[in-house]
Design a protein around this ligand. Structure first.
Ligand SMILES: *[C@@H]1O[C@H](CO)[C@@H](O)[C@H](O)[C@H]1NC(C)=O
Ligand SMILES: *[C@@H]1O[C@H](CO)[C@@H](O)[C@H](O)[C@H]1NC(C)=O
Ligand SMILES: *[C@@H]1O[C@H](CO)[C@@H](O)[C@H](O)[C@H]1NC(C)=O
Ligand SMILES: *[C@@H]1O[C@H](CO)[C@@H](O)[C@H](O)[C@H]1NC(C)=O
Ligand SMILES: *[C@@H]1O[C@H](CO)[C@@H](O)[C@H](O)[C@H]1NC(C)=O
Length: 270
């Protein structure tokens, strides 16, 4: 029941109830806000079908309305005003067309299967963005479109019923309902990444250092190097992950990468 109206919304902030969409990159020409609106029934004679389309409806005699026609707003007056059902040169505040096709599992930024697209969830409502500068792809570390020649996303999505990690940003994963693009895109907690073998989000060592244990704030993982040598060949260095507990009455703080007095943290260990 979704209308596949695609639209472009530039030059104005989108306010969603008390939330403010923080991504303003579309205002500086870096991206385009795309949205797919949900089809709604007529409730008045003059209204908007979506931000860029006005519509006229007639009473059907039983208290409801029937759509007579839709009028795409012209270039000079591109935005439909909900209250009057007419086209205007300024976007309407009620123009909060969300992307009904993206499932928000959490608030934040989510890379799409297409490198040039991404989704922003605010109050669990999705907004879809497209990088508008040629050669720019969504960078999930910077949460914006940035120049990059390398494009790879959820290419391991070749089977239904499995999770696959994003090839470049493995903190993000897709749940595949059929081969191709994932049906749902989500993010692991904290620094965790999807391990495609175990199908779980886990702390994965890439370099020497400490990683939080997202399931227990009094614990952490230590990634360190272990050097082997059998005397005959060059030493082999491997990264090892140890699961450790903070000293009593302390908790691990990822920002500081250490265990501090538990009373100075939000950690509730029980
Ligand atoms: C629109 O009206 C039809 C027929 O009355 C109804 O079946 C449908 O559920 C309504 N859709 C919405 C989104 O309210
Ligand atoms: C990604 O999106 C662009 C613009 O909408 C489109 O031209 C391109 O074909 C898409 N690529 C894929 C792999 O879907
Ligand atoms: C995708 O699958 C290939 C082959 O099985 C594997 O080498 C690669 O690590 C996988 N990608 C991710 C991000 O796990
Ligand atoms: C991924 O999970 C498998 C199976 O549990 C485990 O053997 C492997 O070490 C994990 N990979 C990493 C990088 O932690
Ligand atoms: C966290 O780890 C500590 C130390 O091993 C343990 O006592 C505590 O029960 C754990 N808490 C949770 C929520 O698992």
């Amino acid at each position: 029941m979704y209308k596949s109206a695609l639209f472009l919304f530039v030059g104005s902030w989108v306010t969603i109830s008390s939330f403010q969409l923080l991504d303003k990159s579309f205002a500086i020409g870096k991206s385009i806000l795309l949205a797919v609106s949900e089809e709604t029934n007529c409730t008045a004679q003059f209204s908007c079908l979506d931000c860029k389309t006005a519509r006229i409806c007639k009473p059907d005699g039983s208290g409801n309305f029937q759509q007579v026609m839709t009028i795409p707003c012209p270039k000079e007056k591109p935005y439909c005003t909900a209250e009057t059902g007419t086209c205007s040169d300024l976007p309407d505040d009620s123009c909060r067309t969300s992307d009904a096709s993206f499932v928000c599992m959490d608030d934040g930024y989510f890379p799409d299967a297409n490198c040039t697209d991404y989704h922003v969830c605010v109050g669990l409502q999705a907004y879809k963005f497209h990088c508008s500068v040629e050669g720019e792809y969504f960078n999930a570390k910077k949460n914006k479109c940035a120049s990059n020649s390398y494009c790879d996303t959820y290419t391991n999505c070749t089977m239904a019923g499995v999770k696959v990690a994003h090839q470049v940003y493995p903190q993000y994963f897709g749940y595949c309902s059929s081969p191709g693009s994932p049906a749902v895109i989500d993010k692991c907690k904290g620094p965790n990444e999807l391990n495609e073998t175990s199908q779980r989000c886990e702390a994965i060592c890439h370099q020497v250092g400490l990683l939080e244990d997202t399931s227990n704030c009094t614990k952490y993982f230590k990634c360190h190097e272990l050097i082997f040598t059998d005397g005959s060949s060059a030493p082999t260095v491997i990264l090892v992950k140890d699961h450790l507990s903070c000293p009593e009455n302390t908790a691990f703080v990822p920002d500081q990468s250490m265990c501090i007095d538990i009373k100075e943290t939000n950690c509730n260990p029980s």
